[in-house]
Design a protein around this ligand. Structure first.
Ligand code: NCD
Ligand code: ZN
Length: 359
């Protein structure tokens, strides 16, 4: 059986392509091949590299490294730190958002003290030329920390984007902030929709990430948030690490996700948990609107809604060659990806590189 349908190219607002500085995990070529194989034609790269993206030079280095090597379109987020505030206006037009790490995670960008956080929220530009959309401050703010982020956004009139919502109480805080008229959007990572703390035991260090896998009740609240519109988009938080690193004494946090998100979401459609219209909003329409992503002409993805297969490590494009979803049966397969009129994926092979650096 086969039922081919066409989707717009997917947009992932949250990926870690790891270049420069951690290319044992991933690089621009392998990461964007993984994107294309997963149906993504735009990805936005995070700034927590070993040398973080907190200066115009570091941003330029990423752009130079990506040039001519990317299979999907790539945009960048800038990193917040006390040292990067002075560059905000200079880099503003070349990035899609400002990432603020308010909890500890991979990298060196944690910001906790009130004074620096206030300086960051105050300095990120808000007034834009007519017709241009504001660029969000993206926060990694888990649990109680989220309230702090919301208060800061309220105080400084910031456009706020909450990354990887994973808890019921976070969904409630967001619902309330939206009802109060705050300019706020949020994303859920695919792994929080399809795995819980029960899977964490089986997965060992391959199931640890920030924020961690949550309970069944939390997961239920995320799906409800998807249904009632509280959740605006789904990101992969594609955060590859090598198998060796994951099996080592101090395993790093993070899991890859670019190639598994769409098949898992299509499986949810097939199970009646999600409509295809909502899937398109969550993975394309809303991220495009919130981050002001330019239109891609003649760009689309063909999926077979009825083809079932088992996710396997050996079929992945990501350099890390593993996924926490290995062994899972999914229904819905990416069969073809067309980028600006060119076939970039035929269901097996990737062609290119035809990606562009955005904006
Ligand atoms: C991310 C990484 O490895 O860069 N890890 C993770 O567990 N999500 C960092 C992050 O997004 O917090
Ligand atoms: Zn991340």
């Amino acid at each position: 059986m086969s039922k081919i349908i066409r989707l717009p190219g997917l947009i992932d607002p949250h990926v870690h392509l790891r270049e420069p500085g951690a290319t044992q995990k991933e690089d621009f070529e392998t990461g964007t091949k993984a994107a294309i194989a997963g149906g993504y034609t735009v990805v936005l790269d995070m700034p927590n590299n070993p040398i973080p993206t907190i200066s115009p030079q570091a941003l330029q280095e990423k752009i130079d490294l990506a040039k001519g090597r990317i299979y999907a379109d790539v945009g960048f987020h800038f990193g917040a730190s006390s040292k990067s505030i002075k560059y905000f206006t200079e880099v503003f037009s070349r990035v899609f958002g400002l990432k603020v790490y308010m909890n500890q995670t991979t990298g060196d960008l944690l910001m906790e003290d009130d004074q620096t956080l206030e300086a960051v929220f105050s300095a990120w530009p808000k007034d834009l030329p007519a017709g241009r959309q504001g660029k969000p401050i993206l926060v990694h703010a888990e649990g109680e920390t989220l309230q702090r982020a919301i208060s800061l956004a309220k105080k400084f009139g910031s456009k706020l984007h909450v990354c990887h919502v994973s808890l019921e109480k976070e969904v409630e805080l967001i619902k309330e902030a939206k009802a109060n008229g705050l300019n706020l959007s949020c994303e859920v990572s695919c792994h929080h929709l399809f795995l819980t703390d029960e899977d964490a035991k089986r997965l060992g260090s391959f199931g640890i990430m920030n924020p961690p896998l949550s309970s069944r009740e939390d997961q239920k609240a995320l799906w409800e948030g998807i249904e009632d519109g509280t959740i605006d988009m789904i990101g992969s938080d594609h955060a590859p690490h090598t198998k060796e690193e994951k099996q080592g004494g101090k395993p790093p946090y993070g899991v890859p996700g670019l190639e598994t998100t769409l098949p898992l979401l299509l499986t949810a459609v097939s199970d009646g948990k999600l409509t295809i219209e909502r899937l398109i909003e969550l993975t394309s329409t809303n991220p495009r609107k919130v981050f002001g992503i330019p239109e891609q002409e003649d760009t689309f993805v063909e999926v077979d809604m009825e083809e079932s297969y088992v996710i396997e490590n050996q079929n992945l494009q990501t350099k890390c060659s593993w996924t926490p979803f290995a062994g899972m049966q999914v229904t819905g397969k990416v069969k073809k990806v067309i980028l600006r009129g060119k076939m970039v994926y035929d269901g097996k092979n990737i062609f290119g590189p035809y990606g562009r650096i955005l904006p």
